[in-house]
Design a protein around this ligand. Structure first.
Ligand code: CTP
Ligand code: MG
Length: 246
């Protein structure tokens, strides 16, 4: 299975908080988490998932020297291709699809910022593409969600929680179908925050694969603290990587 890892963001929500504290960061994925950059944990999970055979790392060229240093440290055995990032996540994934090896029929896309993904979830996601064209890893929401009018800030509706799922990555697709949806997205100026949304807007079915509650996206400093706690719970520290069979 081919895996694209979008890692070309700037981490503005993380940065906002850090700037308030007088610290400046370029890309949150290089912030340390138990002694390794956040991105290292994502790459180690991909390395340890037997179904993943190729990794396309989508990063801003400014970050490539740091990514190269990181890869040299991790000594992954799987091939890693560098792909330039775009201005938005959508544009970054578009570049990733363009640069997939020619024989790639199916693809998983997993955010670099979801660094707690397990090899097992990646493998379950690869298997899902044996019986569907598109899926999203997701978990049922725990909170009651309100729809709020942006201007008045008045609640408009309370959707039935049983129908609400929180989307995660990995998401996976038939490559030709996803490329078609991305092209449509460019032509019709759709702006989305995940690839499943493009599939949906293209009229194609997206199945659910049960995600993992610990598969959080590191967005704010609090997420980083929670990620550290979860890795500790797993008994992981940088010198004890038994979880990952590198
Ligand atoms: N991403 C990307 N290219 C972009 C923007 C985001 O590849 N132009 C990636 C991020 O690196 C991240 C994933 O998409 O792994 C999910 O995005 P998000 O968590 O929103 O990260 P950032 O965009 O970096 O953060 P923020 O939105 O707070 O600026
Ligand atoms: Mg973003």
């Amino acid at each position: 299975m081919h895996l694209l890892i979008p890692a070309a963001g700037s981490g503005s929500r993380m940065k906002e908080e850090w700037t308030r504290q007088g610290k400046v960061q370029r890309n949150k994925l290089f912030l340390p988490l138990l002694g390794q950059p956040i991105l290292a944990w994502t790459l180690l999970a991909a390395q340890s998932a037997p179904t993943i055979e190729w990794i396309g790392l989508i990063a801003q060229p400014d970050d490539w020297p740091d990514v190269k240093t990181l890869l040299a440290t991790l000594a992954l055995t799987k091939p890693v291709a560098f792909i330039p990032g775009g201005d938005t996540r959508q544009a970054s994934v578009y570049n990733g699809l363009r640069d997939l090896p020619s024989g790639a029929a199916r693809v998983l896309i997993h955010d670099g910022a979801r660094c707690l993904v397990t090899p097992d979830l990646l493998d379950r996601c690869s298997a899902a593409l044996d019986h569907c064209q598109g899926f999203v890893a997701a978990i049922p929401v725990k909170d009651t969600i309100k729809v709020v009018a942006p201007e008045s800030q008045v609640v408009q509706a309370t959707p039935d929680r049983r129908q609400l799922w929180a989307a995660q990555t990995p998401q996976g697709f038939d490559v030709a179908a996803l490329r078609h949806c991305h092209d449509q997205g460019v032509q019709q100026r759709w702006s989305v925050t995940d690839d499943a949304a493009l599939f949906e807007q293209g009229g194609l079915p997206v199945e659910i694969v049960p995600g993992e509650e610990t598969n959080l996206k590191v967005t704010t400093p609090m997420d980083l603290a929670i990620a550290q706690f979860i890795l500790h719970q797993r008994g992981l520290d940088p010198h004890q990587l038994a979880f990952f069979k590198t």
